[in-house]
Structures are given as structure tokens and as C-alpha cells.
Design a protein around this ligand. Sequence first.
Ligand code: T4K
Length: 368
Amino acid sequence: MDLPVFVTKPDLPGFDEYVSELRRIWDTATLTNSGPLHEELEAALICALGVTGGLTLFANGHLALECALTALELSGEVITTPFTFASTTQAIVRAGLTPVFCDINPGDLTLDAAKIEPLITKNTSAILPVHVYGHICDAGISGIAAKHGLKVIYDAAHAFGETYNGIGVGNMGDVSMFSFHATKNFNTVEGGALVYADKRLAPKLKSIRNFGISGDDAPYVGLNAKMSEFHAAIGLCNLRRYDERRAARAALVARYRERLDGVRGLTLFPPCPNTELNYCYFPVIVNETEYGGTRDGILAALAERNIYARKYFYPLTSSFSCYKGRFEIQYTPVAEYFAARVLTLPLYAELAAGDADRVCAVIRDGVK
Ligand code: T4K
């Protein structure tokens, strides 16, 4: 049987290249707490992401998001999408805030800006949209936020390296969170960053990331969310190969499109306008009536061939049992429809063209 093909495979640097970065760690014996590699990666990412404000590194994307919500001193309700990874909603709840679930656009599965205003109450303090699959959220969200005096925090976990109208996506809103998890298109094994418009947030974020400490005092309630030198070293290596890997992903996406475009009952998402994409995920929607088979049928048929696509994102986070009885759960029919039909196909720089073709053949041949 062929080797398993997973939805993704982490990008690793060359072994020797990583080892030579490790030599620098041995030379200084600085392993963590903002060492030289950490600082170098931070500077490199400010350039790579075209950041006009500030950027702060974190141990992972999730903690970065929690720290952002704490630093902005939000209260009450946060309008967000239920069509996302668990992290987005969990961060809101763990920050002591109440998620208010807004429905999504059928066109790109991001937050539906037209449905935000009716959800705003006197208790709303922020909007937390997700650039899901790297699809950039409606730029109109910032106008709505400005009109109502709300903060905008983007979950940009999927949007590393993207630009919108030629500008790095991290420059949208008040704060954006990027994830550098092993499964992402740029990884530091575990890691993440916040990018923010107001550079004055930097000392506060750095303090919250480091137990809330500043000098002898702890002016904030903080945690430990620091990125180590070993993680920064992987990041420095992976950043050097980012463009090459993006090109490989782009070629695979073109291949998927060529082979899957026009399959009856299968919806592909057209490239987002004005966006330089990163090709991090390849979601498809299976309309069972027209396709003559279900999403779960395709998933199972692929698994029989040792290929593991994923249902990113099913179920909606609003259906999680941990939230039952804690707050009102809004009805989001569009998100429900897509969560029941979405399938994310294998996509990573090293994916063999032949494996992508096998995925397409299973889908084209049809399954019950
Ligand atoms: N917001 C959004 C919208 C997110 O998507 C995420 C993370 C976050 C926030 C939080 O950011 P971080 O705190 O993670 O930085 C995976 C990732 O663990 C998660 O980071 C990611 N989103 C999510 C979409 O995907 P799982 O539970 O699907 O991971 P797992 O372990 O099942 O991995 C998926 C496949 O990847 C495996 O079947 C095999 C392959 N894999 C994975 C790992 C970790 C490997 O081949 N090697 C590996 O080392 O969540």
C-alpha cells in the first residue's frame, strides 16, 4: 500500500541548515526569553509580512490570540464566526468574554459583514473575524467597527504571507494573529505572532507574554507564552524557503483546479480578488444532491486509499458541548450548511503531483 497522504505535512528545513543555527544557541547558552535568534526572526518577519506597526512573537497562535484579547482590555461580547478552528472561540471564552456568533458569506466562508450590525449591543466590545483558508475578510468590517467604536482582532492563522491590495494582511484592523504551527505554510513547529497597528502595544504584549512582569512589578495578569530559540531557529530556516514552497503549493492548487473544475456538485472557491494568496488550504464543497454522493463518502473513499483529507471546519465551534448553557448560541444557517459539506484536500509543498491526481480521480469517479 502507498504511504499515507495526510491533509498536510510540515515543511522542515535541511537538517544541516538547522544544526548550524543550533550552533549559535550553544555559543550563547541563551535558550529562551527573547534571545538573539528570537529577535532576528522578529525583525525578519516584520519585513516578510510588510508590517507597518509592531510584531511580537509567541509560543503559539492560540496564546497570542488570548494575549491580544487581554491586552486590548475587552469586555462583554465579541462578534465572531463559528466556522473556524476551536482556538478562535476558546480564546474568546478563556479571556472571559462572550462569543456572539455571526453567520458567514457563502462566497468565501468568512464573516458576513452585512449580518454584523444587528448583533451589536451595548455590551459589544470587538469583532473577531477569521481569514479562513487564507480568504481575506470583507474590508467593510473595519468601517462597521469604527462606526460603533469596536476593536477588530483578525484571526489570521491561515493568512501568513498574504497581501490585500498590495498591503500585508496583518495591517488590517487593530491586531492580527498568525499561527506558525507545524501544519501551517510557515512554521516554527509551535509558534505564532501578533501584528498590530499601534506600536505602543508592544511593551504590554511582551509583559503579558512574560507572566505580566515589568521590572519588579506585574502590572498585568499574564502567562508564559514566549517563543524559544529552538523554535526561532526553525523559523529562520523555513523563512528562507517560504517563496519556493509557496510556488510548489500554487502549482498543486492549479493542478487541483484543472482536474476538479466542472465536476458536477463540487464547488471550488475562486481566487480572492486583489489578494496575493498563500495557497495554504484547498477546501471543496460537496453538494450531495448534484454530486450523487456525500462529503463523508469522499472522505471514506480517500481513506480506503490511505489518503486523509479533513473536515476543516466541522462541526461549528458554536456546537461544542463545553459552551452548552453558558451563553446564547445564535443560529447561523449558512455556516451550518457549509460545515456539513466542506472537505479540505491534502496540500503541502512536498505533495507529489501523482498523489494530488489520485485524490482528483477518487472525486471525479464519484462515490456514494
Ligand atoms: N485559529 C485558526 C483559524 C486555526 O486554524 C488555528 C490552528 C489556530 C487559531 C491556533 O493556532 P496554533 O495555536 O495552533 O498556532 C491542526 C493544527 O494543530 C492547528 O494548528 C490548526 N489550526 C488546525 C487547522 O489544524 P488538528 O487537530 O487537525 O491537527 P492534527 O494533529 O490532526 O494534524 C493534521 C494532520 O497533519 C495530521 O493528520 C498529520 C499531519 N501532521 C501534523 C503534525 C502536527 C504531520 O504530518 N506532522 C505533524 O507534526 O489541528
